[in-house]
Design a protein around this ligand. Structure first.
Ligand code: ZN
Length: 234
């Protein structure tokens, strides 16, 4: 039979059998060879890298990308109570990507390298962990937090036997605190409004956490199982 580029697969069928061009052209021979293993009129399915089972876009993406090893602190950043904008800020802190004064000096900016909150040298480790201002807030967390940069890098900032729900609460407390500390630091940098003391921030941070968790269905279900979780919110 003759064929052209506008032919459809159905044009190559006669009843339920293949009806292919009989010539000895190399492409026609290859086509006949390929079709010999395909049963016509069977329902189509997507094949991908010899994968057995239904193929999804996520599966295709996983086979194309290089999958990096997740850092050990990843559960501090992403969990079911996480607030995306706080988590992104925390991710930038854990990877030391915020434009802190030490980085500005390294990039050649002529700036005062001191912390806006206590006059020590401003680095990520200082501003969020070692600064007395941040420590005052972190120490208010109802579940004790290890005030060590290494503990944060290891993703293990609670002490003793703390269950998964409370660990997520601590992660939310940390992410919320870091967001408020960074905002206060920027406010002082741009002299926009009067400086606020750490104890003033604590009230706002706790209110924000209450707001987040009271509207989180999953946390509300956990409270029904364990009423002592309520204590964390005040
Ligand atoms: Zn400081």
């Amino acid at each position: 039979m003759e064929s052209n580029t506008l032919d459809r697969v159905s044009d190559m069928l006669e009843g339920t059998e293949w009806h292919l061009c009989p010539t000895n052209h190399v492409l026609a021979i290859e086509l006949r060879h390929q079709c010999s293993s395909i049963i016509p009129l069977r329902r189509d399915r997507i094949l991908w890298n010899n994968f057995i089972g239904p193929v999804s876009l996520s599966h295709m993406w996983d086979t194309l990308r290089t999958r990096a090893v997740a850092p050990s602190w990843i559960k501090l950043v992403w969990h079911k109570y996480a607030v995306p904008k706080f988590s992104i800020n925390l991710w930038l802190i854990m990877t030391q990507r915020l434009l802190t004064r030490d980085r500005m000096v390294r990039f050649g900016f002529n700036v005062n390298p001191d912390c806006f909150l206590c006059n020590d040298r401003e680095t990520h480790e200082h501003l969020f962990i070692n600064c007395a201002y941040a420590q005052q807030i972190l120490k208010e967390c109802p579940i004790p937090i290890s005030l060590s940069w290494q503990a944060f890098q290891n993703g293990n900032i609670t002490q003793g036997n703390v269950d998964a729900i409370r660990k997520k609460f601590v992660s939310l407390y940390v992410a919320t605190t870091f967001h408020f500390v960074w905002a206060e630091r920027n406010k002082r940098n741009h002299a926009s409004g009067p400086p606020r003391m750490a104890n003033q921030l604590i009230n706002d941070i706790k209110a924000r956490i209450r707001e987040t968790l009271y509207s989180n269905i999953s946390f509300q279900q956990e409270i029904k199982k364990d009423m002592t979780l309520q204590i964390l919110l005040f």
